[in-house]
Design a protein around this ligand. Structure first.
Ligand code: NDP
Length: 276
């Protein structure tokens, strides 16, 4: 069985170097996919209150026959629940839906600068970590300025920033900004949701050379960038394929060729996107 190595977060916690995404699965789909993924070797699962599948994710973890302490479960606070007290109660609801005593990684899903409550949410996350019900705290879709504001106002940096990252949107500046601040970058939509990345020539050429699938080449590109991808797959075959990216290496030229596919984001802009 393939397993992923781990990377060390600034707070000392270990994070598997690849994880399973669960959007847009419903509870029933997530339960099956998470159980199968853990059985083929995944040890990191990404969900969110917004995905409305935390019950299924929790059931998948509970029935996979893998000790709970070996699994890293990440969930996120949605826009509607931002603010100090509402983040504390939203966390409690997520924890109950997951059926878990603690959550490994809790993220602010989007900054929502117009709402301007993310610092209050962050103070609540700091408290949840101090209370021991969350192991690591982080953010998603944050800019460098927004991370700096958290640091300035609370003295605590996020362990993780989960951002849109794939060969069509390689984000060199944001990755560098995260790294400068000791923040681990996680990649959402790491395969670009299959929107034309897999057949692109630099990906196909590298896949032919290393005798791997285009999906594996793209996920290996993330690993070599130092980012942790969370590809979603409901298929056990593709889950297994996606996990099996730790025994080959792309050359510097292949890495640069894949990064040169950059053309822009397809998801929301963190400065303007509103998610509730
Ligand atoms: P991905 O880039 O992970 O692409 C998923 C799609 O690719 C699915 O259709 C899947 O189909 C297919 N696929 C998976 N593996 C392969 C493969 N090896 N070869 C070919 N096709 C493949 O996109 P997502 O948008 O799902 O992003 C991943 C996760 O990131 C989400 O599930 C979610 O957890 C998180 N996310 C976070 C966001 C945030 O704001 N923080 C925003 C968006 C996503 P199949 O299932 O049939 O295998």
């Amino acid at each position: 069985m393939a397993t992923a190595p781990t990377v060390r977060l600034a707070d000392g916690q270990a994070l598997p170097a690849i994880g399973l995404g669960t959007s847009p699965m419903n509870d029933a789909e997530a339960e099956i996919a998470v159980r199968e993924a853990l059985q083929v070797g995944y040890r990191l699962v990404d969900t969110a209150s917004k995905y409305a599948n935390e019950i299924g994710v929790g059931r998948g973890v509970a029935t996979a026959n893998v000790p709970r302490e070996q699994v890293v479960v990440a969930t996120k606070v949605r826009g509607d629940d931002q603010g100090y007290g509402s983040t504390l109660s939203a966390f409690e609801q997520s924890r109950k839906r997951l059926g878990m005593d603690y959550v490994d990684l809790y993220l602010i899903h989007w900054p929502l600068p117009r709402l301007d409550k993310y610092v209050d949410s962050w103070r609540a996350m700091v408290r949840l970590q101090a209370d021991g019900v969350v192991r690591s705290i982080g953010v998603s879709n944050f800019t460098a300025e927004q991370i700096d504001r958290l640091l300035d106002e609370t003295g605590v940096a996020p362990a993780v920033n989960q951002i849109e990252l794939h060969p069509f949107f390689p984000q060199p500046q944001m990755r560098a900004a995260d790294a400068e601040r000791g923040v681990l970058t996680q990649s959402w939509s790491p395969l670009g949701r299959g929107r034309g990345i897999l057949p692109a020539k630099p990906v196909a050429d590298a896949a032919a050379r290393v005798d791997r699938s285009p999906g594996q080449v793209v996920l290996r590109w993330h690993v070599q960038l130092g980012a942790v991808p969370i590809p979603k797959s409901a298929s056990p075959e593709r889950q297994r394929e996606n996990l099996d990216v730790f025994d080959f290496t792309l050359t510097d030229e292949e890495m640069a060729g894949i990064s040169s596919l950059g053309r822009g984001r397809f998801g929301g802009d963190p400065m303007t996107h509103e998610e509730f």
